[in-house]
Design a protein around this ligand. Sequence first.
Ligand SMILES: Cc1cc2nc3c(=O)[nH]c(=O)nc-3n(C[C@H](O)[C@H](O)[C@H](O)COP(=O)(O)OP(=O)(O)OC[C@H]3O[C@@H](n4cnc5c(N)ncnc54)[C@H](O)[C@@H]3O)c2cc1C
Length: 624
Amino acid sequence: MFCLKTVPAHTWVNAEILLKRLLSNRRLQSTVTSSSTPPPEKTDHGRNRSGAQRASARLQSLGKRGRDRTNSSSAANEISVDFEQSQEAYRSKDSLELLRSLVVFKLCSYDFLVDKNEEIMDLGKKILGQKVFDQLMKMTFYGQFVAGEDHISIKPLIQKNQAFGVGSVLDYSVEEDISQKEEHQKESSSVSAGGKESIGEGYREKNYEAGKQLGDSQREVTGTCTYFYADEAKCDQHMETFMKCIKASGGSSMDGFSAIKMTALGRPQLLLRFSEVLVKWQRFFTFLASQQDGMEALEQRLELTQLQELMIKLGAEGDFHGWFTRKKGESAGRIDILDWNSLIDDRVNTSDLLLAPNVKLDKLEPLLKNFTIEDENQIKRTLERLDALAKCALENGVCLMVDAEQTYFQPAISKLALDSQRIYNREKPVVFNTYQCYLKEAYKNVTMDVELSRREGWCFAAKLVRGAYMYQERERAKEVRYEDPINPNYESTSTMYHRCLHYVLDEIALNRKANVMVASHNEDTIKYTLKSMNELGLLPAENKVFFGQLLGMCDQISFPLGQAGFPVYKYVPYGPVSEVMPYLSRRAQENRGFMKGAQKERELLWKELKRRLVSGELLYRPVY
Ligand SMILES: Cc1cc2nc3c(=O)[nH]c(=O)nc-3n(C[C@H](O)[C@H](O)[C@H](O)COP(=O)(O)OP(=O)(O)OC[C@H]3O[C@@H](n4cnc5c(N)ncnc54)[C@H](O)[C@@H]3O)c2cc1C
């Protein structure tokens, strides 16, 4: 069965059996529109641009580029960037900084140092004392990967990078320095303090079970920080910190970015449960449309009148036909996954009608019944915090980057980010969502959100990453026994990345409304993007395609891109030394694969150091 391939087998096979029991298969078939009678193309307001249309737009664009190549001015538009140019790449660095990079990358290539980094750091602190240890860190890892202690001390670095063509995504990276055990205890007590906790009640998707893993799930990995939910006041404090970060970003550069973590802004337990609701709801649609085997999510349709009959047969009560006919501008008697998802937005009016199969109870049950008033209030507060941050970003001319986190929070994070985009991205991109291409569902998520933006007329804005939580995700899937959400191997992740990127670039070429940040250290991916931009006639100065790398990594990619006029950004973490160390060590661990592959970067660093030595420029100081 089509939708069941990507679903944890034990639960959705059961759901399938349940639905089959509730329905006769023949009748189900009759409720779903036949794939042989596709719905009319809806191009008004951008509704459903077909694959053929996109392909033809790409071909037209390619044809145009082909013709344009015959005249010199457009040929000049085709920018190629040389990533072997060590002198250009390190123009912003003095020789001591180059030496530091070499030492740090070398250290990161030793497995035992990365594996045992926390123990080694503890020992270092004991032997050297905090002050000397901090100084040592500033000369090495901290100095390499972190910009400074606070938003004031990081300004010189931001300005220097800016002068050499590279912008900043400010990322306040302080973590709670508490043990996992403490985390779990605190989360448990906050759960009981929050009133009734419904975890364990009724039927739960394995992926979204909390259990002891939730404590672990907040342990951060790469490029980001760990947040632990203490109470709502703590979330307010995090929001204030992010606000300072946004203001600092606005104050230190034009077109700045600021990164935030949704798990810092609300109770992760709720994000987890909200994620479960969203996923169950989408899967229910997919199940209902399952006769259209092999179709992409966006191509599936349900007939409204037949849906009404179907729901009644399933034992549900209520005016299901009215769900959609009440909504303005609905598509002649048919709905797709986006119409279906929109019911979650109307949850206040329809909460009784949001249903999904409960395998244990052998019947349909309301999805939101386990949310208490306290839960609703906390979700509302989370939304309000995000809203305040988006507003602050807009006022300060900054883009707000919502980072992607673990799969069991991600549907809710993505949904909250998307709701914020609907409000703030009307004229220009203010809020950027993040898509992790190591997920099997990445393409579906990207295409659905692009389609929604087109339909509703706002600016799609995305950061595309491969994903930082692979080991943690796989471990958890194995431990809790659900299907691994990550692509089976590196190649499939790369294919997924390029597929999603291709789709968004096409969208940009079609309407110049969408925006993407290619957040990767992978040279092939960067080259693929440049080649596609050339083919589609997308110019760097249009500021539609951005590039992102982490501070202290891949300068040989960032700086040549910046100097060639592409909008390129470094993720710039900052915070006090002692508090960002856990973040640094986890990032080193998660990035070890990458660090090992930093051979090329080390070679370029050596090359430039040797060049400076031979040419008498060892004391070179960047001028800006
Ligand atoms: C500016 C910036 C912002 C970022 N923000 C986020 C964020 O918000 N959320 C987030 O999760 N990450 C984020 N990251 C980290 C990112 O997801 C990657 O972990 C990191 O960039 C390495 O991927 P790459 O494309 O740079 O390099 P590559 O070395 O080409 O790719 C490594 C990545 O490939 C994937 N991979 C490796 N082996 C396998 C395998 N066997 N099977 C399947 N997949 C595999 C993993 O995702 C791994 O991280 C960010 C990175 C950058 C540069």
